[in-house]
Design a protein around this ligand. Structure first.
Ligand SMILES: NC(=O)c1ccc[n+]([C@@H]2O[C@H](COP(=O)([O-])OP(=O)(O)OC[C@H]3O[C@@H](n4cnc5c(N)ncnc54)[C@H](O)[C@@H]3O)[C@@H](O)[C@H]2O)c1
Length: 363
């Protein structure tokens, strides 16, 4: 077992993916220190699931290098997973400067702090599938494809990829691994769904709010396709990658895609149809949606990832089908709204997911 007792420094632990990962790492026995701003939403999974219980939770800003450095040194981790970000495309149009400050300069600060921290052996920088220059073609993107990004969010994540690549060349070069002892990788995942996301402008949180209030859900781009996956899928990818970096060093550095199988590359309207059905089946009142004609800022229409590298190099493959992912998400919200505890729901779904991973491995 790799994780018991392992010291992990996780940025973004108060966000949606960070809250799930903090709970899962604790379940796996790791010693977790989180560093983030306060939760970005109200309600939040961080508060609802009492994520701070059992870990060291530090509220701080990654734009402030001295405080980030102090927190990292105090934690003395072997593994660093960087997920703190301004994570929304539409918010990036409203605040491009703040988005670059957090997503680009914040990533540089994290790498700089890691450079001076002797305990660190592995750094995983979480970016996104949107970091590729989107050609609006049907072929899935591979790790070597050109980076780009039309909107400030996507582009700031491509910039974070370039900064990561520069730090790897200049300060954590594989050829000098014996001197610095640090392996650095980046992880690019698709749109995640799962219980406990309350972010603005995300499809299923918007659906939960609209269906719960009995008003039609307004959808911006119903025919846009995305690689949808349950939140636990890329999180397992990040954990396998971190473990590989510690165990194999620079042999596993570089960029890694973690996206779903082709069957989960679906238009927005298919996700919402599946969610309507699962939501109703788990006790929610029937929801309806309508197209919101806009005008809307530009968003990519077609996006898919090729994950052959993660399959070959890390043994990572998606475990949940598209409908499993939608069903688990609807069940989480349905049971939470019926009064069940968020923390236990997350831990139960993580346990169920681990069993599915074990079953996949046994085949
Ligand atoms: N949710 C998705 O569908 C998705 C898809 C691909 C990639 N990602 C990436 O995964 C990561 C986590 O996404 P999420 O959905 O949990 O996002 P989120 O918005 O729910 O959480 C973001 C986290 O970053 C923290 N944060 C923001 N600005 C900060 C700052 N200046 N200093 C310190 N902390 C700061 C927030 O407090 C929060 O903890 C992000 O890097 C995001 O870009 C998310």
């Amino acid at each position: 077992m790799f994780w018991p007792g392992r010291k992990v420094f996780l940025t973004g632990h108060t966000g949606f993916k960070g809250a799930w990962l903090s709970l899962w790492l604790r379940r796996l026995g790791a010693q977790v220190t989180g560093f983030s701003l306060a939760p970005p939403t109200q309600p939040s999974l961080f508060a609802a699931a009492e994520v701070a219980r059992g870990m060291q939770s530090v509220f701080g800003d990654i734009r402030d290098l001295p405080s980030l450095r102090a927190a990292l040194h105090a934690a003395g981790p072997e593994v660093v997973i960087h997920m703190a970000a301004q994570s929304l495309v539409r918010a990036s149009y409203a605040d491009p400067v703040g988005t670059y400050a957090t997503n680009l300069l914040g990533t540089v600060h994290l790498l700089e702090a890691a450079r001076g921290c002797p305990s660190v052996r592995a750094v995983v920088i979480v970016t996104t599938d949107k970091c590729y220059e989107n050609r609006e073609w049907v072929w899935p993107y591979r790790e070597g494809d050109t980076l780009g990004g039309y909107d400030p969010y996507s582009n700031s994540k491509a910039c974070a990829e370039l900064a990561t690549s520069s730090y790897r060349s200049a300060f954590f070069h594989p050829a000098r691994f014996a001197e610095h002892g640090v392996a650095v990788a980046s992880a690019r995942a698709g749109n995640v769904i799962g219980g406990g996301d309350w972010a603005a402008d995300r499809l299923l949180p918007d659906a939960v709010r609209a269906f719960g209030a009995g008003v039609p859900l307004r959808i911006r781009n119903p025919r846009a396709t995305r690689p949808w996956q349950h939140v636990l899928e890329p999180l397992r990818g990040y954990l396998l990658l971190a473990q590989a970096l510690v165990e194999q060093g620079p042999a596993c550095d570089g960029a890694w895609n973690f996206g779903p199988d082709a069957g989960a590359i679906q238009p927005v309207e298919a996700v919402i149809a599946g969610f309507q059905e699962a939501w109703h089946a788990s006790g929610g009142r029937p929801g309806v949606w309508m197209e919101d004609a806009g005008p809307h800022p530009h968003e990519a229409h077609t996006l898919a990832l090729d994950c052959s590298k993660a399959a070959a190099g890390l043994g990572w493959r998606p475990v949940l089908s598209f409908s499993d992912a939608v069903r688990l998400t609807a069940a989480w919200y349905g049971r939470f709204l019926a009064g069940e505890a968020a923390r236990e729901l997350c831990l139960e779904q993580a346990e169920h997911y681990e069993a599915m991973v074990a079953a996949q491995a046994a085949h």
